[in-house]
Design a binder for this molecule. Structure first.
Ligand SMILES: [Zn+2]
Length: 187
């Protein structure tokens, strides 16, 4: 979220393309923030992509087009993407992935631990906290937003926050709904 991770992904894919390496890029079909035919960064940078529903869709397209580099945007939104990445790297295909690592409760997305452990290089791209402008590693779900874990095309419901402002917001939401703190009695 405004952290430049999509820009970082696009710049690597563009570099491969300039090197005349065949590139194939994917994004989740349900990510309709800007439509699903391109990977688009907030800066306006774009790269053509195939919208997919699953990791199996990725493997099918790779089988057909035989790229040497594969880009995946919003990895966390594509079921089966981890298995697809594992298959691709065994085929000596270079894979570049952009993803959130935590959901809006601060819980690690499944598959992210394995993805990070497999990665030869990891670049964290912190966004800017919407409250205090510090580096933001958390995605805060605003109080009025629906509570599904995966909301799509709905930037209005989220904002990047640093840990302090994230914790304060979570506390305020719990107070507003009358729930006790999850960490009551903790350190
Ligand atoms: Zn903050």
């Amino acid at each position: 979220m405004w952290g430049g991770k999509t820009e970082a992904l696009i710049s690597r894919l563009v570099r491969a393309r300039i090197q005349e390496i065949p590139v194939l890029a994917f994004n989740p079909k349900k990510n309709d923030r800007y439509g699903t035919q391109d990977i688009r960064a907030h800066s306006g940078a774009m790269f053509p992509a195939l919208p997919v529903l699953s990791g199996a869709d990725i493997l099918e397209a790779v089988q057909r087009d035989q790229p040497a580099v594969v880009g995946i945007d919003e990895f966390f939104m594509i079921p089966g993407a981890l298995a697809a990445v594992q298959t691709l790297v065994k085929k000596r295909i270079k894979v570049v992935v952009s993803t959130l690592d935590l959901d809006s409760e601060g819980v690690i997305w499944e598959d992210l631990g394995q993805l990070l452990a497999m990665a030869e290089e990891v670049v964290k791209c912190p966004a800017v906290c919407a409250v205090c402008k510090a580096d933001a590693y958390f995605t805060y779900r605003k109080g009025f937003a629906p509570s599904e874990r995966l909301l799509v095309g709905t930037d209005d419901f989220y904002e990047p926050r640093c840990r302090n402002c994230f914790d304060e917001g979570q506390e305020a939401k719990r107070a507003a709904t009358g729930e006790g703190s999850l960490f009551e009695g903790g350190a």
